[in-house]
Design a binder for this molecule. Structure first.
Ligand SMILES: CC(=O)N[C@H]1[C@@H](OP(=O)(O)OP(=O)(O)OC[C@H]2O[C@@H](n3ccc(=O)[nH]c3=O)[C@H](O)[C@@H]2O)O[C@H](CO)[C@@H](O)[C@@H]1O[C@H](C)C(=O)N[C@@H](C)C(=O)N[C@H](CCC(=O)O)C(=O)O
Ligand SMILES: Nc1ncnc2c1ncn2[C@@H]1O[C@H](COP(=O)(O)OP(=O)(O)OP(=O)(O)O)[C@@H](O)[C@H]1O
Ligand SMILES: N[C@H](CCC[C@H](N)C(=O)O)C(=O)O
Ligand SMILES: [Mg+2]
Length: 486
């Protein structure tokens, strides 16, 4: 594609060199530049892409988009100065891939917890409705039945447009994607045309990156502020910040809630480990999903589908067939009758929610054993909070490791333990090796007891010192049960 076409509608502050040259690809990483590439220099969180302009050129880049022009401009290279490289990249990526977000119905879901669950449930619902949808999530990218590995919750804007292009070419009419706060902040979703935007909730997470909760809220809100007038914004009215999210949006506003009046009102009529009887806007149906948070997720799915013009009965029929999402309240029972739950709860709010859901369902004669840890090189403020919640709400908490990354696992565990209240000191034990921790839980458990293994969900690795070792909670439980014949 010609550079001038890639620059269509990009606000430039100056062009130096040939604008009519052919561009083979757009890259923002100098190491990926090949012959004829356009290199976009971006200021990152660790380094400044402007430092790598020369190495991009050495690798074959023929054009450079940057915020600061280099003092010496290499001969034969076109330089384009812009105010904000990330914003320019978003526009250029959409141009390069033919604006695919305008050729399908794009739905974005944001919030601290529930993005993967809701987008996956939407994907499955639309499959049940007879479509071939696309999914962009933490767990995987899907184009119909074809699955691709996922590297981020919200990929970079080039990858996003590339995926959406592929989806459009494959005949997808709907795409459901997770919108993370990092993604919004780093302009990864700029230039995409969203038809529906959904908000799940906002609680404590990622403050290592956003610094304050206010800042985190502001970033999430930006997603709704930037929606076009013909979009629909759907918020959770039970969340303290649900209304704030839509305060300045131009989109049509809609709300869902279990506790207050809303356009989409839901009620849990019955719940046990096998599922729930739900009532949405007066219509009752069964689901195999369980946990109050899944009632919220399903209600948002229902609201999105209604706003997209589908018939309520048809939607509920499609929703009632939904399977559980991988690693989200996944259950498993041992031969001796110990009940296991594998869940991705890795924030204080998610951990509290899942423990509350389990406690509401259990009859209290069984004991609840919680195995969990906290990730290294991530928001450390959530650690003591999770220690407090797990010990308050379980019979026994076994504190272990969950992706220590470059940190010392013992230090992470100490941070978690620091939040435990003195009256609960007898209710926890520390076993840093996750396999040993799960083994101890199985040993301790008696028939009917419940073992919650939280934090990793679908993840199939334990990241220690930059190395990802294969580790899958569900697989480990199954293997141990066989070995321990329990
Ligand atoms: C902290 C963070 O979000 N970092 C993301 C960011 O990288 P960065 O700003 O640190 O990049 P940098 O290393 O400072 O480099 C600056 C620029 O120089 C370029 N560069 C760098 C080196 C070089 O030799 N040549 C070169 O051109 C880089 O490509 C980049 O454009 O931009 C990159 C490109 O889009 C992302 O891959 C990267 O994600 C990292 C890997 C990451 O771990 N991100 C996580 C925290 C994340 O984004 N998570 C969210 C949310 C998860 C959740 O909600 O739970 C997600 O959406 O996945
Ligand atoms: N609507 C919800 N409200 C609160 N907690 C939820 C909700 N949905 C799921 N959870 C809990 O949060 C965990 C993570 O859910 P999910 O993976 O759907 O969230 P996410 O927003 O995609 O997370 P991430 O930011 O890591 O991508 C689940 O395992 C469950 O314990
Ligand atoms: N997307 C989240 C996942 C956290 C999952 C948990 N297992 C951990 O490693 O902390 C993150 O990268 O912060
Ligand atoms: Mg996710």
């Amino acid at each position: 594609m010609k550079l001038s076409e890639i620059l269509n509608n990009v606000k430039t502050l100056g062009t130096f060199g040939d604008e009519s040259r052919e561009i083979s690809e757009i890259v923002f990483d100098s190491r990926q530049a090949a012959e004829g590439a356009l290199y976009v220099a971006m200021k990152g969180t660790v380094s400044d892409g402007h430092q790598f302009i020369n190495s991009a050129i050495e690798n074959g880049a023929k054009a450079v988009v940057c915020e600061d022009l280099p003092e010496e401009q290499a001969e034969g290279i076109t330089f384009i100065k812009v105010e904000n490289s990330a914003k320019a990249l978003a526009k250029m990526a959409a141009n390069f891939y033919g604006n695919p977000s305008e050729n399908l119905v794009l739905v974005g879901i944001t919030g601290t917890n529930g993005k993967t669950s809701t987008t996956t449930l939407l994907f499955e619902t639309f499959k049940n409705l007879g479509f071939k949808p696309a999914l962009i999530s933490t767990v995987e990218v899907r184009i119909g039945d074809e699955a691709f590995p996922s590297t981020h919750t919200t990929p970079d804007v080039l990858t996003l447009n590339q995926i959406l292009r592929k989806a459009v070419d494959a005949g997808c009419e709907y795409a459901f994607m997770e919108v993370s706060s990092h993604g919004i902040h780093q302009n990864r979703t700029d230039g995409l045309k969203f038809k529906v935007a959904g908000f799940t909730n906002i609680t404590h997470d990622h403050l290592d990156y956003h610094k304050t909760f206010d800042e985190y809220i502001k970033v999430k809100k930006r997603f709704f502020d930037e929606l076009p007038a013909d979009a629909v914004a759907i918020t959770n009215l039970d969340d303290r910040n649900g209304t704030v999210m839509l305060q300045n949006t131009r989109a049509k506003k809609s709300g869902y809630a279990l506790k207050t009046l809303a356009d989409y009102h839901g009620k849990i009529s019955e719940a046990d480990f096998n599922g729930m009887l739900l009532n949405f806007n007066g219509k009752e149906f069964w689901t195999a999903l369980t946990g109050k948070f899944n009632a919220y997720n399903l209600l948002l799915v229902y609201a999105v589908a209604c706003e997209l013009g589908f018939n309520a009965d048809e939607i509920l029929q499609a929703i009632s067939k939904l399977p559980r999402v991988k690693g989200r309240f996944e259950t498993l029972k041992s031969e001796s009758g110990i009940f296991f739950i594998v869940d991705y709860a890795h924030t204080p709010d998610a951990l509290e929610n899942i423990l509350d859901s389990i406690n509401q369902i259990r009859t209290n004669n069984e004991r609840l054993i919680t195995v969990f840890g906290c990730g290294g090189d991530r928001d450390s403020a959530k650690r003591p909070q999770m220690g407090k919640i797990a010990t308050r709400k379980s019979t026994l908490a076994i504190i272990t490791s969950d992706n220590p990354r470059k940190e010392d696992p013992k230090q992470i565990i100490e941070d978690i333990a620091a939040g435990i209240e003195p009256q609960h000191f007898a209710k926890f034990t520390v076993i840093p090796d996750r396999m040993e921790a799960i083994k101890a839980a199985i040993k301790f458990a008696e028939p009917k007891d419940i073992v919650l293994v939280a934090g990793k969900g679908h993840e199939n690795y334990q990241e220690i010192n930059g190395v990802k070792h294969h580790f899958d909670d569900k697989e480990v439980i199954e293997d141990l049960l066989k070995k321990m014949s329990k």
